[in-house]
Design a protein around this ligand. Structure first.
Ligand SMILES: NC(=O)c1ccc[n+]([C@@H]2O[C@H](COP(=O)([O-])OP(=O)(O)OC[C@H]3O[C@@H](n4cnc5c(N)ncnc54)[C@H](OP(=O)(O)O)[C@@H]3O)[C@@H](O)[C@H]2O)c1
Length: 418
């Protein structure tokens, strides 16, 4: 049956009761590829909530790089993970704002009608790591809407009750759907994993991107000084607006990017550019950084290890340009530097971070809001690095600007075009 996209903001049932089917953007194994082709709208059955689960009516969904990877099927397809083998489809989307529609057995904290945002970490409550170490250490740990299906690019999504957080009142549906995954990840990287201190100096790669806009704001909130690396002057201006003391246009230092196939002469030349970059960082920050915030991976990692100060920390959560990192390890061991891996955040970190949004200390940075028909296009824009900050998708919300229940500053609008 063809799905009528003009009707996605309309639901015929009341909270507590689910319709039989819904519109959803679906990726399937036989059409992995560029996001514009891999995502297609289908009519799918609405899932029932199991024990300690909740079905949420999605009012708006946030766009993240993880579903660029899911579309491409790189570095691996999602099909072996989570509940994919059971259902055979991938409904992506790891950020949502919405309304609790139906709760499963055992759920006491949330009722139909509650307005929520969703964090994307799932783990089985039966795993002991969840109760004594960290849910991110549990063997059952999965990222909802990436390693599981029933993500947020649909009229309804199925989540664990522990994933729900109160929706910040001063934000619209699209603003509150936009920040969770990247902001909570940046929060754990800097606050928990690096124990950032007032007075610290921080270098942030991709500072106008999804992670970077929050890393930059968190540095300011913690009393740390931050310099952002970006690819355009417009992005640099945004990063300064978010509290960075300065920015570096990476095009000036293109020669420092590691490809892995350099000849010894080329590597020498690369090293020279890397030293010049290090000098620029010191000029802007006054000293070498205590922390380098990494997610670019292979191209930048040698520079990150070289540039961070002795005993400093390189914290990394991704390898967008490549996962096999090679760098001169002498700069690590002789200067006693640390490399710290980090992955999303636990429910407590998400709760604390969400309170900073509620109080307006940290603000979402929204670049575009698209209709439900824009899911594939939004992921293609991200794949092509055409965006700034975050992109949201309206689903249950019929128009932008709805859902605000309190006064407050709202999102920062990243107005400059890329
Ligand atoms: N493990 C986790 O929990 C976790 C959580 C969130 C995201 N991630 C991953 O982290 C990565 C970034 O996510 P995001 O949401 O921040 O993506 P994003 O919005 O695309 O931002 C990434 C930024 O990196 C910069 N960049 C891209 N290619 C670069 C290169 N060759 N050299 C230097 N900088 C480059 C771009 O900025 P400029 O062009 O301005 O330099 C871009 O704005 C993705 O791979 C994502 O899957 C992991």
């Amino acid at each position: 049956m063809a799905v009528d996209l003009s009707q996605v903001s309309t639901i015929d049932t009341e909270p507590g009761e689910l319709p039989a089917t819904m519109a959803a953007w679906v990726i399937r194994e036989d059409r992995q590829g560029e996001p514009r082709d891999a995502f297609q709208v289908e009519e799918i059955e609405v899932p029932e909530p199991g024990a300690f689960e909740v079905v949420v009516r999605v009012m708006a969904a946030g766009v993240n790089y993880n579903n660029v990877w899911a579309a491409l099927g790189e570095p691996v397809g999602v099909w072996r993970y989570g509940d994919h083998p059971e259902h055979g489809h991938h409904i992506g989307g790891s950020d949502a704002s919405g309304v609790v529609w139906k709760v499963g057995a055992g759920v006491t904290r949330w009722q139909p009608g509650d307005e929520v945002v969703v964090h994307c970490n799932q783990a089985s409550y039966e795993d002991p790591e969840v109760h004594g170490l960290d849910p991110l250490a549990a063997p059952s740990q999965r990222i909802w809407g990436y390693e599981t299906t029933w993500g947020s690019f649909a009229q309804f999504t199925k989540v664990q009750a522990q994933q729900l957080l109160p929706k910040p009142g001063a934000l619209t549906w699209e603003e509150s759907a936009s920040y969770g995954l990247t902001y909570f990840t940046a929060y754990r990287m800097l606050m928990t994993r690096c124990d950032i201190q007032a007075g610290d100096r921080v270098l942030v790669w991709g500072a106008a991107g999804g992670l970077g806009v929050f890393a930059t704001q968190l540095c300011r909130a913690a009393g740390a000084q931050c310099v952002g690396v970006v690819s355009s002057e417009e992005k640099g201006e945004l990063v300064k607006q978010l509290g960075a003391v300065g920015y570096i246009a990476r095009s000036e230092f293109a020669g420092m990017m590691r490809t892995g196939s350099e000849t010894p002469e080329e590597e020498k030349a690369r090293f020279k550019v890397m030293r010049a970059f290090d000098k620029r960082v010191r000029e802007l920050l006054g000293e070498k950084p205590d922390i380098v915030f990494e997610h670019v991976g292979a191209a930048t990692f040698p520079t990150s290890v070289f540039t961070v100060k002795p005993f400093g920390k390189v914290v990394i959560c991704a390898g967008t340009t490549g996962f096999n990192l090679d760098f001169d390890v002498r700069y690590l061991w002789m200067k006693q530097k640390e490399i710290i891996g980090s992955h999303f955040a636990n429910a407590y970190e998400c709760t604390k971070a969400n309170e900073l949004i509620e109080s307006g200390v940290i603000r979402p940075v929204l670049w575009r809001t698209l209709g439900f028909d824009g899911v594939a296009e939004a992921h293609q824009l991200m794949r092509d690095n055409q965006h700034l900050g975050k992109i949201s998708i309206l689903i249950g919300a019929g128009a932008e600007g709805q859902g605000r229940t309190a006064d407050g500053p709202g999102a920062i609008v990243a107005e400059v075009g890329a």
